[in-house]
Design a protein. Structure first.
Lengths: 113, 114
């Protein structure tokens, strides 16, 4: 069955540093991969979508890479701020189911000042 | 504009009771999704609608779970004869189209079955 692993449950970094979060998957070749941010008590908020034929996508301080050979996506936040503290979820587009997104468990990022 | 709204935000049910959870998607969004999120886990897909058609219900955990979207806008997720293992946050999301588009999530309904 499809399995998604996000590198760690928690990541602690200092303000100003670059946070790098990892998403690895097995047993599937997704056409799209998405990253979401979730704050406690709230629903996930969409951040970035990257397609299988794209290697990298950027949005302000965010950068996502997608390596379909390694079956891995990296999510980077540069010049991190305490306000970036949240749980970050990666999600794969599961074509067999039609449109279902399969989510990882998430990585909780804490940025200290 | 208004985002996805869900009601109630919190629901406590006694085991064996039926519950109904409502989702109001973003106006004009064709696709609507329901997810279940347990504590410390990512959301898990339950079911998907395109307009009023339920195209995928492969994630519904049992026949006690039923979802509908009769007019292609508001959706209701119904759980019959609730069990303790049904306790979770139920998230609704909508999207302009189906594949390859971002999903907009509501705040969720936290269901606690006692």
């Amino acid at each position: 069955s499809q399995k998604i692993e996000q590198n760690s449950e928690a990541l602690n970094i200092q303000e100003g540093k670059t946070a790098t979060l990892t998403c690895n998957y097995t047993n599937y070749s997704p056409a799209y991969l998405q990253w979401y941010r979730q704050d406690p008590g709230r629903g996930p908020v969409f951040l970035l979508l990257i397609r299988e034929n794209e290697k990298e996508k950027r949005k302000e301080r965010l950068k996502v890479t997608f390596d379909t050979t390694l079956k891995q996506s990296l999510f980077h936040i540069t010049a991190s701020q305490p306000a970036d503290s949240a749980t970050y979820l990666c999600a794969l587009d599961v074509t067999q189911a039609g449109t279902a997104l399969i989510f990882g468990k998430g990585t909780t990022l804490s940025v200290s000042s | 504009g208004a985002g996805v709204s869900q009601s109630p935000r919190y629901k406590v049910a006694k085991r064996g009771q039926d519950v109904a959870l409502r989702c109001d998607p973003i106006s004009g969004h064709v696709s609507l999704f329901w997810y279940q999120q347990a504590l410390g886990q990512g959301p898990e897909f339950l079911t998907y609608f395109q307009n009023e058609a339920q195209l995928d219900k492969s994630g519904l955990p049992s026949d006690r779970f039923f979802a509908e979207r009769p007019e292609g806008s508001v959706s209701t997720l119904k759980i019959q004869r609730t069990q303790q293992e049904d306790s979770a946050v139920y998230l609704c999301a909508s999207s302009r189209r189906d594949r390859g588009y971002e999903q907009y999530f509501g705040p969720g309904t936290r269901l606690t079955v006692t």
